[in-house]
Design a binder for this molecule. Structure first.
Ligand code: FAD
Length: 317
């Protein structure tokens, strides 16, 4: 079977869920090899990568790989593409992953597909384009297919791989060292899942009415084990922090379930959420555009509907 490189996303030595999804997806198309950039791989992390099917784990432990912004990871992958001739490279379609994918494509003179929400035989990708307005099938025709896949596109499933480790040393170019990371600010890890990775997202918009009222959105999110999102109207009003904004100028999410409460469904909001598998809209206006997109819609006042929904979810737990 052909080798498929999967760039590992990791934080504090922990493998992120999206990587397990990519390994699972890669197994349907070839033999996955995980690529760990930077120091700090732990026995637990190795075991996790093998558990989800990594036959090989390429580890590039040099500290300077993570000292500079993005470019070294693209150089590491370019070196591996030259040395191992994989049949494809998969990265997560996060802000960093997409930039790595673009740089890698230039370095290897290959085609790149970003925002894939599925990948099938012959590396034909289902891709969400033009801000999520159109879905197309795309295929790379030149070089090594480089595909950035959105989190939550595949359900992660374990299937043991050998997890054979190979250390890689990479000589970084001067260009890769152009932008150095001078400080890392640790984000408080709350009890909720990370927005872009969450399987369920509950978002509130202008209809929520105030910062205090966002507590009903949070309560539903917590009952479901979900992340909280917000429309730009809500973040601009200062009701919820900007880091939770979903949409064209916010985060892109692709969860299994997206609940939009008091959100009209403007094109810029849709751009960040319309590849969600199931969309539920709660809005008091039956003509709200979000209902064109929703799989399930509730016409009603969210201040009544959301707490009732939360109660019902809690009862069923
Ligand atoms: P509104 O459009 O005001 O809708 C509020 C909805 O709540 C209405 O449908 C109303 O019927 C309903 N409602 C009111 N009260 C209740 C109630 N009690 N119960 C139930 N429903 C109720 N927007 C984003 O979200 N993300 C982005 O990243 C983004 N980027 C943008 C980039 C650009 C360049 C521009 C120009 C705009 C961008 N916007 C973005 C803004 C976008 O165009 C909309 O203005 C915004 O999404 C509207 O937010 P909203 O749906 O919460 O508010």
């Amino acid at each position: 079977m052909s080798e498929i490189l999967v760039l590992v996303e990791h934080v504090d030595g922990e493998v992120k869920k999206v990587t397990l999804e990519l390994l699972t997806l890669a197994r349907t198309l070839g033999t996955p090899s995980a690529v760990w950039a930077g120091p700090g791989i732990t026995p637990d992390a190795k075991a996790r990568l093998a558990e989800y099917g990594a036959e090989k784990i390429y580890v590039a432990p040099a500290g300077d790989i993570v000292e500079y912004v993005v470019a070294p990871k693209a150089e590491l992958l370019a070196q591996l593409v030259a040395d191992k001739s994989p049949s494809a490279v998969l990265v997560a379609a996060t802000a960093e992953g997409k930039e790595i994918a673009g740089r890698l494509a230039v370095k290897t003179d290959s085609g790149v597909i970003t925002d894939a929400v599925g990948l099938g035989e012959g590396f034909v990708a289902d891709q969400s384009i033009f801000g999520g307005g159109i879905n197309v099938q795309s295929k790379v025709r030149k070089g090594t297919p480089i595909v950035a896949v959105r989190p939550n596109s595949t359900a992660p499933a374990p299937a043991a791989g050998a997890g054979a480790e190979e250390e890689i040393s990479v000589a970084l170019s001067e260009a890769a060292k152009a932008a150095r990371i001078v400080e890392r600010v640790k984000q408080e890890k709350g009890a909720r899942p990370e927005l872009t990775e969450a399987a369920i997202v509950v978002s509130g918009g202008r209809g929520v009415g105030s910062a205090e009222n966002f507590s009903i959105i949070e309560e539903l999110a917590d009952a479901l084990g979900a992340a909280v999102g917000a429309s730009r109207a809500a973040t601009d009003a200062g009701w919820y922090p900007h880091q939770f904004q979903v949409g064209q100028t916010g985060k892109t999410v692709s969860p299994q379930l997206y609940i939009a409460a008091g959100i009209s469904g403007a094109i810029q909001h849709r751009a960040g959420m319309q590849t969600a598998k199931t969309i539920v809209a709660i809005n008091k206006d039956p003509e709200a555009p979000i209902f064109e997109l929703a799989d399930y819609g509730v016409v009603g006042d969210l201040h009544q509907v959301v707490p009732q929904l939360t109660e019902e979810v809690k009862k069923r737990k």
